[in-house]
Design a binder for this molecule. Structure first.
Ligand SMILES: [Zn+2]
Length: 374
């Protein structure tokens, strides 16, 4: 299944550079023969000169070349080609300290690297590397390593420098590492665009679709809500969620088994539990959900608890629609909600792009169709 938003929505998204539509379509500019993703920062062509395609490979078959600025063929949420050499080095030398000269040696412009990290991770490249190193140092301490192992093993030259950096990151001294909790966050590419995942030691606490908020802001909210410092990098709950979500998008998973950490009021917890009880492929109205949590007149309260859910898809708030079948709202964008419901209704895999999966021609749908379908 590979569906396109209505033309008017695509036009608006493209002209305003709406990132939340990345991965849902590309636009070809007839006057230049180049196609772009919706968020391309280049100057926008006039609407009458645009052609829309569900996937990059269709734009190519129609004779368009891909834009070198926005790299529409790179899957949203994945690392762009130009940054790959750096990410390979970050994998092989995670404890290295970087300066601008070393970035230039890799053929990278430090300012561009900084902008990318700021946009994707809400922090500079230097801060990203520092928090990753400290996250690894915390792991070393928690698994019985000494202060020497933690400091010298992760790029610090002195205990005092390490102590200070550790205290700044985790608001406690390295000596209390055992009791130190933190958040880990990572982005995964998906057919619905990038998904930001975060976990605490208790479980997965965030699944945020690109439509929600800019990643930097989401991360700030998360730090405030969980009151824990945030460290970029993996966590077993995140790895499990990534694998299960990939199966879900492929139509091969109907239930999730990742442990969740979803703090909320008692009422919110009741609503979220009720959401998890809605079977795959079914929807409920806000009124029905309100009855299920024993609050028959509480549609509005239920709607707000639904909206306060931060673990999209796994706590399936997308399965709640308005009475009468209209889609209602969705913080991740109505098109994503509709695609999720179509995936669950038909069991047809959501494909990021025909180029990657080799699927055939996508269906086009009309603006009013989603509301009728439900
Ligand atoms: Zn472009």
């Amino acid at each position: 299944m590979n569906l396109m938003p209505p033309r008017a929505a695509m036009e608006r998204a493209f002209l305003t550079g709406d990132r939340t539509f990345d991965g849902l379509f590309v636009a070809g500019v007839r006057t230049t023969g180049i196609f772009c993703r919706p968020s391309c920062p280049a100057r926008k062509a006039k609407p009458q000169h645009l052609d829309y395609f569900a996937t990059p490979s269709e734009a190519r078959s129609a004779g368009y070349r891909s834009c070198r600025r926005c790299e529409p063929e790179a899957q949203p949420g994945s690392v762009p080609n130009w940054l790959e050499p750096l990410f390979r080095r970050l994998e092989s030398e995670p404890d290295r300290r970087w300066d601008g000269g070393q970035l230039r040696e890799l053929g990278l412009e430090p300012a561009r690297v900084r902008r990318w990290f700021q946009q994707r991770h809400g922090m500079t490249f230097a801060a990203y590397c520092r928090s990753r190193r400290l996250g690894r140092a915390l792991e070393t301490l928690q698994t019985g390593g000494t202060l020497d192992d933690a400091a010298l093993g992760h790029g610090y030259e002195s205990h005092s420098g390490f102590r200070e950096a550790f205290r700044q990151q985790f608001a406690c001294p390295p000596g209390s590492a055992d009791a130190t909790r933190c958040l880990r966050a990572e982005t995964m590419a998906s057919p619905l665009g990038p998904i930001l995942l975060a976990a605490t030691d208790s479980g997965l606490c965030l699944v945020s679709l690109a439509g929600d908020e800019p990643p930097g802001e989401t991360r700030e909210h998360l730090k405030c809500r969980m009151q824990l410092p945030l460290v970029p990098g993996g966590h077993p709950a995140i790895e499990q969620a990534k694998a299960e979500l990939a199966e879900y998008f492929a139509g091969r998973r109907r239930q999730f088994t990742v442990p969740l950490d979803a703090p909320g009021t008692e009422f919110q917890q009741r609503v979220w539990t009720a959401l998890q009880a809605i079977p795959y492929g079914e929807v409920r109205s806000y009124a029905e959900l309100a009855r299920e949590v024993g609050c028959a007149n509480g549609q509005r309260a239920v709607g707000m608890a639904n909206g306060a859910n931060r673990i999209a898809i796994l706590i399936p708030c997308h399965r709640v629609v308005n009475t009468g079948g209209a889609l209602g709202g969705y913080s991740g964008g109505l098109w994503r909600k509709w695609l999720l419901l179509e995936l669950e209704r038909t069991g047809t895999p959501l494909t990021p792009s025909a180029a990657q999966t080799g699927t055939g021609k996508p269906a086009q749908i009309h603006p009013k169709e989603p509301a009728k379908t439900l």
